[in-house]
Design a protein around this ligand. Structure first.
Ligand SMILES: [Cu+2]
Length: 311
């Protein structure tokens, strides 16, 4: 009888231990999950976020994701990243209309920027003389377009758009609100036979419409802020009378090869004397970048493209 009783007591003890262990495992998993979702879990030793050239407000908005052990870093969150890699940020969602276009035919591209509660944003701050810049580039880094859609009172942006050849394109919306600079991106598609261009090798000069554009200084290494300078000439003569374009001597967009990370590049004071066009840029990682420089002369805007390898 006593042996049976002892065996019974043993089984009860085992059951109690099993219940306690199960409860602990479930509680642990729940805590991790809640922590990961709300971004509470934070590694105090995590390095500060430095996204190449983005506004400080954008850094802060993303900072609580840094080192979140239970959740993978957001595309736009860590060092070595750039903008435009996602359709949404902490604050906004890019909501496009139709994203399929007839190849080579003019179509209409519409989109809205929604806030966290799903309401269209209607208040934007002017940057480079415009409320929003739309950059469209095919995923092989060809076919650069820089457009300025118009904003309807309800928050819908509209522009005419032609995707000239078949392929997948990235459309970047570059804008500033009260919370800082934002770049959100979405894919657009043009059907048909697609031939991917190979990235041209780095060259110090680019020819466009009879102009020769020379790339002068460039940041030597990733993560270090530096100057990018360009000189425009024609038939061996420096073009000294470049016209202001978007409030500066030129406009520059840099995209990383491989993922099309979008860099915020800031023009240097347009009042600097001389004929060179200067920018400040920080390349977020080593790799190849495609630079699209736009300048205006004799009333026409030209785009010169460069490949730059950053170590
Ligand atoms: Cu623009």
């Amino acid at each position: 009888v006593s042996a049976v009783r002892r065996a019974g007591r043993g089984a009860v003890t085992l059951l109690v231990v099993a219940v306690i262990v199960t409860a602990a495992v479930v509680a642990g998993a729940l805590f991790q999950r809640v922590g990961g979702l709300s971004g509470v879990v934070r590694d105090p030793g995590a390095p500060p976020i430095t996204v190449g050239g983005a506004a400080p407000a954008a850094h802060q908005a993303h900072e609580h994701h840094a080192g979140a052990a239970a959740a993978p870093a957001e595309p736009d969150a860590g060092p070595g990243q750039g903008g435009g890699l996602a359709v949404a940020s902490d604050a906004y969602v890019l909501s496009p209309g139709a994203t399929r276009f007839q190849t080579g035919r003019a179509g209409t591209f519409t989109f809205r920027i929604l806030d966290r509660s799903g309401r269209p944003v209607t208040s934007f701050q002017r940057e480079h003389t415009k409320l929003l810049h739309l950059i469209v580039v095919r995923r092989d880094l060809t076919g650069y377009q820089h457009l300025h859609p118009s904003l309807a009172p309800g928050g819908t942006w509209t522009t005419r758009l032609t995707l000239p050849a078949a392929g997948a394109y990235r459309a970047f919306t570059d804008f500033v609100t009260g919370t800082g600079a934002q770049t959100l991106g979405v894919d657009l598609f043009a059907g048909g036979q697609f031939q991917a261009a190979t990235l041209p090798p780095p060259k110090a000069t680019a020819d466009v419409a009879g102009y020769q554009v020379a790339l002068g200084a460039a940041p030597a290494a990733a993560g270090k802020p530096g100057e990018l300078s360009f000189q425009v000439s024609r038939d061996g003569w420096t073009v000294a009378d470049l016209e202001p374009y978007l409030g500066a001597r030129g406009h520059l967009v840099a995209l990383r090869a491989g993922d099309m990370a979008y860099l915020h590049v800031h023009p240097e004071d347009g009042a600097t004397p001389g004929s060179s066009i200067r920018f400040h840029a920080t390349f977020p990682s080593a790799g190849s970048y495609r630079l699209f420089l736009q300048f205006q002369h004799a009333g026409i805007v030209h785009t010169a493209a460069f490949t730059l390898n950053v170590r």
